[in-house]
Each structure stands twice: as C-alpha cells, then as structure tokens.
Design a binder for this molecule. Structure first.
Ligand code: AQP
Length: 339
C-alpha cells in the first residue's frame, strides 16, 4: 500500500520510512519476514533509512569483538536481502552521535511510568541473568530518538515493536505541545500476517535472536540440512488436519511461515495439504524456506568477500542522512535552551 501524499502540484511526494535492526545473535526468519523483506519490498515507493542499531544491542551484555563483526554482517544481510543502496540509506547507529544526544534529551521528557508499561522491557528483563541496566529500561527512548531525528513518516516493524512506536508518538506530541511543532508524528506499519513469528519448538514464545535454544529459530544463514532438520523436529499437535487455526499454535505458526515464503493464499495451501501428513507438509515447508533463502545466502557470501565495499556503503549511508539528524537535533537544542 502506498501512503504517499500529493504536493501542491498534484505530484506524489515520497514519505520517509525508518526502521532498525539489532546486531545481536543471528538474524532469523521472523526478523526477515516481518521486517527486512518488507523493507525491501516497500523501498521503491518511499525514501528509506535503515539502521543497524548497535547502541540498542549494548542494552544487554555484548562481546566487543563480536559486536563489531556483527554490525558488518547484519548490514551485508540487509543488502543481500534486497535492500538497494540506490533506494535506501543504511548506516550504523553509533556512527551518528545525534542518536545518543537526542535520546538523552527525550529522557527528560518521558515520564517514567510510560517506560514501566513497556512489555518488551518486562520480557527482556525476565530473560536477563545479569544485572538489568538503565539502558535496557531506556531502550524505547533511544528508539524514539532514532525515529524522530529523521522526521519519519512510517516505521515498518514486527508486532513486538509497535508499543515503542506509540511511545515515540506520545513523546513527540508532548514535546510539540510544550515547544511548538518540532517532531513529525510517525506511524508504525505492521504486517497483517506474521507480525510475530513464534518459536519452532516452543510456539508460545516469539522467535528471537537471543534465544539460547537454537532449534527454536531458523536463521537466515542456516544451511539447507540444518533448516530441514529444525523444521522436521518442530513441535506439532496430536491432530491430523493441516489447517490454519489460531487455537492450534504450532501448526498455525508453521503454516503462516509457509504462507509467507510461498506467497500462496490460505485456501490454496489448505487444498494442497488436504489428506497429507505432517511429514509431507514439513518437507514442503523446508523446501520452500531453503529455496527462498538460497539466493540471499549466495549474495551474502559474495558481499562478505569484500569488507571494504560494505563499509563504503555504510559510510555513504551515514554521510547522506547525518545532516538530517543534525538539523533536527540543533532545532531541539535551540528550543530547549541548550548551547
Ligand atoms: N518473532 C518475530 N516475528 C516477527 N517479527 C519479529 N521481529 C523480531 N522478532 C520477530 C522484528 O524484527 C525487527 C528487528 O528486530 P530487533 O533486532 O529490533 O530486535 P527484537 O525486536 O528484540 O527481535 P529479536 O529477534 O527478539 O532480537 P533479540 O533477541 O536480540 O531481542 C523488528 O521490527 C522486530 O519487530
């Protein structure tokens, strides 16, 4: 769906899309289907900015060497998945210091009760064995800064990030009401289907990069054999019919993954598997995932042969967008009397 408005001359003005991904763990098919693939599908209709959010990553402990490597790997995966540097700017969050600066300022406008309500904080802090930091609590303020710095119109995310975009709107409105029109109010766009892909072995939990059980997730760089083995071992139920049914979370999740990769309709899928067993369906699902990920994996390994090319694209991305961020930050500082 193209949301672009018309200008005074009746020409469509491209709206700006912003979204981010953390360089934590391995990128999985939930990140891909709900976020990365949609960013690639949407990019010709919009002006796009995508960010590898390493400052968000350090809200939980990270190994410094691994984090540096992951930044480049995640960027390469975005390009391999079809993000086109001619249509989209991609950069590393910590390379533009305005993100940290605006996050601090927004901290001073976000009532603490708003952050206490964030479900992602509650979930992530439960999983933490180590100390829970202020950074994890404050994750939504940094995300608000990311989005607001670029006068973003649309934020394509999975369901788990929707609440953070709502908080972003709330803090923008609060600031605007105190200091006059400053921030554009962004809208989240979440997928109608697959906004929350669930774990394969535990369909009560969302698929997650930081999940310690690797069998719960299919990673974009898993080999065909690993994908097949994870799919064949995925939890199912004791019923036989292969039908979309929210009350049967395991099969519903696998069918949703099949639906998104095959891009077929539900009626066609149910007809295709009528009277067939789970093993037959799982084989077809594994084939579909393997074939969809194959070209992405080939492109990824080609790109990773030349680090300087990826680093150059990231540099170009930050050079292009930094002036937008600095302009917003300067305006905010001026309004609140800093500097
Ligand atoms: N299971 C999921 N289903 C659909 N979308 C998902 N996203 C994450 N998990 C699922 C979406 O992927 C984008 C990038 O996510 P992120 O890097 O910002 O981190 P996250 O939301 O915290 O995702 P993870 O995979 O669970 O990472 P970790 O374990 O590191 O916290 C976002 O648009 C997100 O909605």
């Amino acid at each position: 769906m193209n949301h672009n408005p018309l200008n005074k001359q009746g020409k469509s003005v491209k709206q700006r899309v912003f979204s981010g991904i953390q360089p934590t763990g391995n990128i999985h098919i939930g990140n891909y289907l709900a976020a990365i693939r949609r960013w690639a599908d949407l990019q010709s209709d919009y002006e796009n900015i995508f960010c590898v959010v390493d400052l968000h990553a350090i809200t939980i402990p990270q190994d410094p060497q691994t984090l540096k490597v992951k930044n480049r790997e995640v960027a390469a995966l975005l390009f391999a998945a079809g993000i086109d540097p001619k249509l989209s700017s991609v950069f590393i969050q910590s390379h533009i210091s305005a993100h940290s600066e605006l996050a601090w300022i927004l901290n001073c406008f976000i009532p603490i009760g708003w952050l206490r309500r964030m479900t992602q904080f509650k979930e992530k802090s439960k999983k933490q064995d180590e100390v829970i930091t202020m950074g994890l609590f404050d994750y939504p303020a940094l995300m608000a800064a990311d989005i607001l710095l670029y006068a973003t119109d649309l934020v394509p995310v999975g369901d788990d990030q929707k609440q953070h975009v709502e908080l972003t709107r709330d803090v923008a409105q609060r600031f605007n009401s105190m200091y006059g029109e400053t921030f554009k109010l962004p809208e989240s766009i979440t997928p109608d289907i697959g906004g929350r892909i669930m774990g394969l072995s535990d369909p009560s939990k969302k698929m997650s990069k930081s999940d310690t059980k690797s069998e719960n997730s299919i990673f974009l760089l898993d080999s065909p054999d690993v994908i097949r083995s994870k799919v064949m071992r995925a939890t199912t139920d004791s019923m036989r019919e292969i039908r979309f049914d929210k009350n049967r979370p395991s099969i519903n999740n696998l069918l949703t993954i099949y639906e998104l990769f095959s891009r077929k309709g539900r009626v066609e899928i149910e007809a295709q598997f009528e009277g067939k067993g789970y093993a037959y369906f799982k084989n077809a699902l594994a084939d579909e995932i393997v074939e969809n990920l194959r070209p992405l994996q080939v492109r990824y390994y080609q790109l990773m042969d030349d680090f300087s090319y990826i680093d150059g694209l990231l540099k170009d991305g930050s050079l292009k967008v930094e002036p937008i961020a600095v302009k917003t930050l300067d305006e905010v500082k001026e309004k609140i009397g800093l500097g």
